[in-house]
Design a protein around this ligand. Structure first.
Ligand code: AMP
Length: 129
């Protein structure tokens, strides 16, 4: 079931264009329009779920993760990558449609590392690949 007011549902149906890197019956993956890293891809189910706690069926969760894994290979993220699932207000989730961020293409400090502040300020300036 899709939500006609949701921007990610509209990307899923094709009503809103996106730089898609993968699509099948259940999910779609596309490049984030404000990349934080050289590789920044979002994987979403086509059906609408507010966030990961919104009774996403286990098969859908599993499928999205399998797609994540395949995309990291295709994008050549051999040095590693980070997955991020912002959920709710405390995590500043800005689009209320469950999505998995794939971030990679360079070293990312951990949030408690000394260089975290500099990274958070400058990450968006890295050139996409
Ligand atoms: P979050 O804060 O986890 O909800 O992340 C939402 C992400 O969606 C942000 O990184 C946005 O840059 C990205 N985003 C929002 N609208 C679009 C869009 N139309 N196409 C691509 N990325 C988008």
């Amino acid at each position: 079931m899709t939500d006609p007011t949701c921007i990610f549902c509209k990307i899923g149906t094709g009503e809103v264009p996106a730089d898609k890197v993968y699509e099948d019956d259940l999910c779609v993956a596309f490049r984030d329009m404000e990349p934080l890293m050289p590789t920044h891809v979002l994987v979403i189910p086509k059906d609408h779920y507010r966030d990961v706690t919104d009774d996403v069926p286990p098969e859908t969760l599993g499928h999205c993760l399998a797609v994540v894994r395949d995309i990291t290979k295709r994008e050549g993220l051999t040095g590693g990558f980070r997955l991020m699932v912002n959920t709710g207000d405390d995590a500043s989730q800005s689009v209320r449609h469950f999505h998995i961020h794939i971030l990679g293409g360079g070293r990312m400090p951990r949030p408690n590392d000394q260089d975290w502040g500099e990274f958070a300020t400058n990450a968006h300036k890295l050139s996409p690949r």
